[in-house]
Write a protein that binds this ligand. Structure first.
Ligand SMILES: Nc1ncnc2c1ncn2[C@@H]1O[C@H](COP(=O)(O)OP(=O)(O)OP(=O)(O)O)[C@@H](O)[C@H]1O
Length: 322
């Protein structure tokens, strides 16, 4: 079942030389229990896409175009109060640094219990039982005792487990996880990734996993959306995209897959740098770096060909990918 659809989403900011589009014409969908990875270099627009879905674009930024639907219902035009209710209840969030999601002066239990009570309207004793249960599900040892301790009494990895419990305990349909493992030790990263996968399967929550790391995508995601200069250049099943990438940028990213935990500062296979939003060339934004550049690429922007679940935006790909 499709949980989220995003169509032609464009987010703009006022710039010194006119409006700039942080992301342009982004279209994607995520189904129940599915993990959609969003990958790309720093500044490609991954976080901005997540922020728009969750209603956290700060003015003067705004959604200039497009539609976001949660279970068929438009959510891009909700009033701030309605969006706040939706966040937490129907859309959960997991960010890079667990300390930004946790309140240091409340015990882990108080935060979980309050979230469960607010969103699921359960009496306190039942909410506490649920909270303990969630701590157990995310792998916190001795949850009956740990529930009454404070976030600073947990290690980084354990704190991120608590954040995951907090994001899921209101039983949302969708979770946006933005670089959830980047701040963690390498050995802990793999555990958190395995946990996210397990919980997506068990709970049926749809997950958008934002990461700069193709290694994390390969380990975790079912489908992947590759972003470049504010646009999705390729989207498809991880197995398809990893073994037979259609977009030259995806191929370049694949060639530079780091092991989990290594940060790819450069793409050895692709020279040059991603253009900033105000300096995107006419035509395909990747053309200046593309080893297969054709004349048309510098003139005409390739539109995504295919469907919301498998598409490629490249003049080389004449045909809709299978
Ligand atoms: N407040 C802002 N005003 C203007 N432009 C912005 C603002 N915030 C982000 N941008 C631009 O939007 C584009 C997308 O940024 P975004 O943070 O989504 O990239 P990202 O792919 O998530 O990168 P990173 O991995 O570094 O977070 C970038 O070009 C960035 O410069």
């Amino acid at each position: 079942m499709t949980i989220l659809t995003v169509e032609n989403l464009t987010v703009c900011f006022p710039g010194r030389r006119g409006t700039i589009n942080a992301i342009e014409d982004v279209s994607l969908s995520v189904s129940a229990g599915e993990i959609l990875g969003m990958v790309g270099e720093s500044g490609a627009g991954k976080s901005m896409t997540g922020a728009a879905i969750i209603g956290l674009i700060e003015p003067p930024g705004r959604i200039a175009k497009g539609e976001i639907r949660l279970e068929g219902e438009r959510i891009d035009n909700l009033r701030p109060e309605a969006m706040r209710r939706l966040r937490g209840r129907r859309i959960g969030a997991i960010f890079q640094d667990p300390l930004t999601s946790l309140n240091p002066v409340l015990t882990v239990g108080e935060q979980l219990i309050e979230t469960i009570q607010t969103h699921l309207r359960l009496p306190r004793s039942q909410a506490r039982e649920r909270a303990i249960d969630w701590l157990r599900r995310v792998g916190i040892p001795a949850p009956e005792a740990r529930i009454d301790t404070y976030p600073h009494q947990y290690s980084g990895g354990m704190r991120q487990r608590v954040v995951i419990a907090l994001a899921l305990c209101a039983e949302p349909q969708l979770v946006i996880a933005d670089e959830p493992t980047t701040a963690l030790d390498v050995s802990v990263q793999a555990q958190i990734i395995a946990l996210l996968r397990k919980l997506a399967r068990e709970t049926g929550v749809a997950v958008i996993l934002v990461t700069h790391d193709m290694g994390v995508i390969a380990e975790t995601a079912d489908r992947v959306a590759v972003m470049y200069a504010g646009r999705i250049v390729e989207i498809g099943e991880v197995a398809d995209v990893l073994t037979a990438p259609k977009h030259p940028y995806t191929s370049g990213l694949m060639a530079s897959i780091p092991r989990i935990g290594e940060r790819p500062e450069t793409l050895p296979q692709i020279e040059g740098a991603m253009p900033r939003p105000h300096a995107r060339p006419e035509g395909c934004a990747f053309a200046p770096r593309c080893p297969h550049r054709m004349e048309i690429c510098t003139r005409e922007r390739p539109e995504p060909r295919g469907t919301l679940t498998r598409s490629v935006a490249c003049h080389l790909t004449e045909e809709v990918p299978a």
